[in-house]
Design a protein around this ligand. Structure first.
Ligand code: PDD
Length: 285
């Protein structure tokens, strides 16, 4: 696979970094995952805004202008398409970019003056299956034992790895987490509750990653006249949802119909509901 490392176009087997990279030693880095539809980056500016927020908070210098990032991503999309013998326009891809603080002898402090390690790659985007869309997916619940800077898209992801494995072990698609009695998010997705025709999501604070789909779903809701409300959501509201939804770059918007082994959602029959259908149609449009 083609990739980008520190200013060079290369391939994954040839891309090498130092074992002293702080991304490796401390998980001291930030990342973005950008979906690409028919060769076009989707909501690129929102991803760049979020990347900047992550960099600012972690005091890692921005290595590139937005125009340079667009060029790096576009080149990768073209190179990946070429490696599969397709045109870029014929492919849906997922661009991953990561910036770590750089290489230094081990020291926990946010050392200044390092040269960030900049890596990017693109791969095919694996979207939800037709069956997952028609039946909905199974999720499990767990306490949110991650840290209190969940708003940062940090490469320190061991908490997310633990969280995701809970659902893997249960044969489920995601782990929906609660801080006490309040919904936060899933291991790598945001979570939405539909009640009486309104879409509810947890507030954009330090306890959830503000997925780019916060903005996408808000736009779709506005266009379709569906009320969209961000406020704390209780466990009871999740269990009693008319519809329960996940969102992420690859899940787009996806219905949850089984939670901890019990049917959840549309009229408690465990079926995808009408708001999901409307949001998914809007998303595809
Ligand atoms: N995960 N919450 C968490 C903890 C996430 O890691 C993600 C994304 C989201 C959804 O964000 P977005 O809508 O911008 O994809 C919410 C990405 C896809 C990942 O880590 O691969």
């Amino acid at each position: 696979l083609p990739c980008y490392l520190n200013g060079e176009s290369t391939t994954l087997p040839n891309a090498k970094i130092s074992v002293m990279d702080r991304g490796f030693i401390f998980g001291d880095g930030v990342y973005e995952v950008i979906p690409v539809y028919q060769g076009k980056l989707f909501r690129f500016d929102s991803h760049m805004d979020r990347l900047q927020r992550s960099l600012d908070a972690t005091r890692i210098p921005q290595p590139h202008t937005r125009a340079e990032w667009a060029q790096i991503a576009t080149n990768l999309v073209a190179a990946y398409a070429q490696s599969t013998g397709a045109t870029a326009q014929a492919t849906n891809q997922l661009v991953y970019i990561q910036i770590s603080r750089g290489v230094a002898m081990r020291d926990h402090a946010m050392l200044e003056g390092l040269t960030p390690t900049v890596f990017a790659m693109s791969n095919v985007m694996k979207l939800a299956t037709a069956e997952q869309r028609s039946q909905g997916v199974a999720c499990v619940t767990a306490d949110d034992f991650r840290w209190e800077k969940a708003q940062l898209k940090s490469t320190s992801l061991l908490g997310a790895v633990f969280a995701r494995q809970i659902s893997v072990d249960a044969g489920a698609v995601e782990t929906i987490m609660f801080r006490g009695e309040h919904l936060s998010e899933a291991s790598s997705s945001n979570v939405w509750v539909v009640k009486n025709g309104t879409v509810y999501g947890p507030p954009k604070d330090n306890l959830v990653l503000e997925g780019i789909r916060y903005g996408v779903l808000e736009d779709i809701c506005r266009a379709q006249g569906i009320p969209f409300v961000l406020r704390p959501i209780t466990r009871a509201e999740v269990l009693d949802a008319d519809e329960l939804l996940l969102s992420s770059a690859t899940k787009e918007v996806l219905p949850v119909t089984l939670l901890d082994g019990q049917p959840v959602g549309h009229l408690a029959k465990g079926l995808p509901g009408p708001i999901y259908q409307a949001l998914y149609a809007g998303y595809q449009q």
